[in-house]
Design a protein around this ligand. Structure first.
Ligand code: ATP
Ligand code: MG
Length: 360
């Protein structure tokens, strides 16, 4: 038997990051143990806000160089009430996303049976779509400046950047995914070209161009404000959506609410070319209010670990991890307090691994 070996860089980060990351690693190891032909090795990096408070840096200066040697990065959460968000976000997450050209942010929005949905007339059959968010440029390119600081004429500028190459890549991935998902064979272009008359007009143009390569895929173009409304009114119409960095950020949090909250929201930052490692992280933050108490729901991180397996292995059996999560949800025995249960973070991880061993 040929062993497939993968080196994973683990950045647990801050707050509940440590607690949930342990459960993600547990599931990776359980999967590897069941398969028998996969092996993961891990190296841990202490980067994040605590590191920043000690060293003045969110990660080492040569951190990207160090991470290059790994097949993937598993990240817990970054944030601390005493560190400004723009420092923690740019110093670590955006640094890695942009430095490793992780152009695609993949956000599955799927309501599992047993997860709490705020829409009382909708169920798991209605909420099952994926948002592709552009992840390295757009509104978050970090281009801008301040003019006349402190004067009455003071102005702040924040410029969006949309390159043809990157936009084409993101659109192309969305169409490929729609083909693979086989739901409605549909891609929804999330735009705001009525108001943003350069960036989003360009965005729409590239969407139309790429669509011509995928004649079997239906398309629609909807303004982001309307998409937000339809997420609530008729989420069942969606299959794959493609959105810019800012719009994707906002609608995927709305999506997180639809799928049961931050405890269920998983994400992948993909470098499609595999020239650099991709990074996998739950959407939630460090949740300082519940840190260190084993109260955090590890499902988002476990789902994130599943996405890591999908990207590295391209096997068709990882859906069983979702089945194992669903089984634990439906049993209602081992759930964290956000799901009205009394179980600890590690107990939920154990229960999901137990189910996985039964199912696989
Ligand atoms: P950060 O600045 O790191 O983003 P935050 O204060 O914004 O931290 P979040 O992590 O975004 O906190 O969480 C927002 C709320 O959702 C908090 O009340 C937190 O306890 C809750 N929450 C987030 N993730 C989880 C989880 N995995 N399990 C349970 N509750 C969670
Ligand atoms: Mg937050």
């Amino acid at each position: 038997m040929i062993m497939k070996k993968f080196k994973i860089a683990v950045i647990p980060g801050d707050g509940i990051g440590n607690e949930v990351t342990a459960e993600g690693v547990k599931v990776l190891n359980t999967y590897a143990e069941i398969k028998g032909n996969v092996e993961f090795s891990y190296e841990y990096f202490p980067w994040g806000c605590e590191y920043y408070l000690k060293t003045g840096k969110m990660m080492d200066d040569d951190g990207l160089k160090t991470l290059e040697a790994f097949d993937a990065i598993l990240l817990g959460a970054v944030g601390d009430p005493s560190v400004p968000d723009h420092i923690s976000l740019h110093g670590l997450l955006i640094n890695i996303r942009q430095g490793f050209n992780q152009s695609i942010n993949l956000r599955p929005i799927k309501l599992l049976q047993g997860a709490p949905c705020p829409l009382k007339d909708k169920g798991p059959q209605d909420i099952d779509f994926t948002v592709i968010r552009e992840n390295v440029e757009g509104e978050y390119a970090g281009v801008g400046g301040f003019r006349f600081p402190g004067r009455p004429e003071e102005v702040a500028l924040q410029t969006s950047v949309f390159s043809r190459k990157n936009t084409e890549k993101v659109m192309d991935y969305a169409f490929k995914l729609a083909r693979k998902r086989k739901k409605f064979n549909k891609v929804t272009n999330v735009t705001k070209s009525n108001a943003l008359n350069y960036s989003m007009v360009f965005w729409d143009k590239i969407f139309e161009e790429i669509a011509t390569n995928y004649k079997d895929i239906k398309t629609e173009t909807t303004h982001v404000d309307a998409v937000s409304m339809y997420f609530i009114q008729k989420p069942e119409v969606y299959d794959v959506l493609v959105a810019s960095n800012l719009f994707g950020d906002i609608i995927t949090d709305l999506g997180a609410a639809l799928q049961g909250g931050l405890g269920f929201a998983a994400s992948a930052n993909l470098n499609l070319e595999k020239e650099y490692p991709s990074m996998f992280e739950p959407v939630h933050g460090s949740a300082p209010d519940i840190k260190g108490k084993q109260l955090a729901n590890p499902i988002a991180m476990i789902w994130t670990a599943k996405m890591l397996l999908d990207f590295l292995l391209e096997e068709d059996d990882t859906e069983m991890i979702i089945d194992a999560i669903t089984a634990v949800l439906q049993e209602e025995k081992t759930l964290t307090p956000d799901l009205k249960g009394k179980a600890k973070t590690h107990e939920v991880g154990d229960a999901i691994c137990g189910k996985l061993k039964e199912i696989m």
